[in-house]
Ligand binder design. Structure first.
Ligand code: PMP
Length: 467
């Protein structure tokens, strides 16, 4: 029986990892050849690996560690709750204090009349819940044909069968008999790659009006809801043009379609407000939350419903739930996490101080020869890599080749920056300081320089032919 610990040599851990641990979204054989990087500890915005490197986490784990690593009071909240009541279900007419207190707090924080929380353990589960919620809502209102849900290509809403179908990622759809029926997709508001000769403002309207066209094609009497991230995250941090969301709001209002805002990344301060819906000025009927809700210290997600939706759902028995819906330890940790975000003024600081500072520095990356546009809202940002800025050209090499090379340089320079295709993205812990922002930008610039040299050496700075 192996006795693995953080003192075990890296190669041994990597071998055991490759032999027994299947990683999400990973080509296992490829990873087995090079070995996973083993993360051992973390503090603030810094990770340590088993080789003694100190790595700047520009992704907050997986867009989630909003209050940073090493928060003792979150540890205490979990331990206290585990001693008092480690688990009890909320299915059979029972409740407990952490689930109640967190729901009340979320109702206070959420905008408008979003006052009712249905818990899950992840963003995927919460979106599966939403899929059934919106269809049940219309059936209960006597309009059982209102079942279609409209989403967007390149949206990410999770990878379970329901949420992966709600998302518009073709790679996910290609495996396992997806998407399920009854979901339609419109194009994303990605001006850099798809805007052609339109101005960003014209393009934002054009993409929003695809929703109206799709509703009319399906028939408004058959459409239940539109789901979208206020700012697409996993799709490459696509910040929509200013004209986009007001037009979407007009359309869902006009045709009586429910709006689901997937706040899994945008929620809890990421965009400089408590929720991305506030930053984008929209009024969702349901919000999906997870990730930053507990800063990733515990797995927890949820759907926050408006009074209107909750009232209808409340009049039937909704045959849905998860063993760990409203898990007391996860709720206690989330509650403490919200207290930290509030008491330390973290959301306000992102909006007024560190967010604007990061924006200025991040946008300066466009001075690099490899970088076309830089887009950032609060603390989620992306840069588009390009062989030719003026024409907003894509690379001739297969999409993602250049992004991967650049990501490898970041990794080598102890900066976690992810690539989505040929966009490089950041989403650091919200507590990142100005000095740490300077360090992030310095390492990003150096990695871009190194990637640029490699691309030139390998003849990869060629533009794709536009079609
Ligand atoms: N929605 C969005 C917008 C997300 O970014 C994610 C995860 N990246 C999910 C849903 C799925 O969340 P989870 O991985 O917790 O299932």
């Amino acid at each position: 029986m192996p006795n693995l610990s953080t003192n075990t040599p890296t190669a041994e851990l990597q071998a055991a990892d490759a032999a027994h641990h299947m990683h999400p979204f990973t080509h296992a054989a490829g990873l087995a050849k090079k070995g996973a990087r083993i993360i051992t500890r973390a503090e603030g915005v810094w990770l340590n690996d088993s080789e003694g490197h100190r790595i700047l986490d520009g992704m907050a784990g997986l867009w989630c560690v909003n209050v940073g690593y090493g928060r003792e009071t979150l540890v205490e909240a979990a331990a206290k709750q585990m001693r008092e009541l480690p688990f009890y279900n909320t299915f059979f007419q029972t409740s407990h204090v952490p689930a109640i207190a967190l729901a009340e707090r979320l109702a206070q924080l959420a905008p408008g009349d979003l006052n009712h929380v249905f818990y899950s353990c992840s963003g995927s589960e919460a979106n599966d819940t939403n899929l059934r919620l919106v269809r049940t809502y219309w059936a209960e209102k006597g309009q059982p044909d209102k079942q279609w849900i409209i989403s967007r290509w390149n949206a990410y809403h999770g990878s379970s069968v329901g949420s992966g179908s709600l998302g518009g990622m073709k790679g996910i759809h290609a495996q396992g008999g997806m998407p399920i029926p009854g979901i339609a997709y419109i194009d994303q508001p990605n001006w850099w790659s798809e805007g052609g000769d339109l101005s960003p403002e014209e393009f934002g309207l054009e993409r929003a009006r695809q929703l109206e066209a799709k509703i009319l094609e399906l028939g408004p009497e058959n459409v239940a809801a539109f789901i979208a991230e206020p700012v697409q995250g996993a799709g490459g941090v696509i910040v929509p043009p200013d004209t986009y969301w007001p037009e979407i709001q007009r359309i869902v209002d006009q045709y009586g379609i429910l709006l689901i805002a997937d706040e899994v990344i945008c929620g809890f301060g990421r965009t400089g407000n408590w929720f991305g819906s506030q930053t984008m000025g929209i009024r969702p009927d349901i919000m999906t939350v997870a990730k930053g809700l507990s800063s990733g210290y515990q797995p927890i997600g949820g759907s926050i419903l408006s009074d209107k939706v909750a009232e209808v759902i409340g009049n039937c028995e909704f045959n849905h739930g998860y063993t760990y819906s409203g898990h007391p330890v996860a709720c206690a940790v989330a509650l403490e996490n919200l207290r930290i975000l509030d008491d330390e003024g973290i959301v306000t600081r992102v909006r007024e101080e560190t967010g604007p500072y990061l924006k200025e520095k991040f946008e300066s990356l466009t001075e690099h020869p490899l970088v076309g546009e830089a887009k950032i809202v609060g603390m989620m940002g992306s840069i588009a890599l390009t062989p030719d800025k003026a024409s907003r050209a894509a690379f001739e090499a297969e999409a993602g080749t250049v992004g991967y090379i650049t990501r490898e340089r970041c990794f080598a320079n102890n900066l976690i920056m992810r690539h989505v295709g040929d966009r490089m993205i950041i989403s650091p812990p919200l507590v990142i300081s100005k000095d740490e922002i300077d360090e992030l930008i310095k390492r990003a610039w150096q990695s871009l320089d190194e990637a640029h040299v490699k691309l030139k050496d390998e003849g990869l700075m060629k533009a794709a032919v536009r079609n």
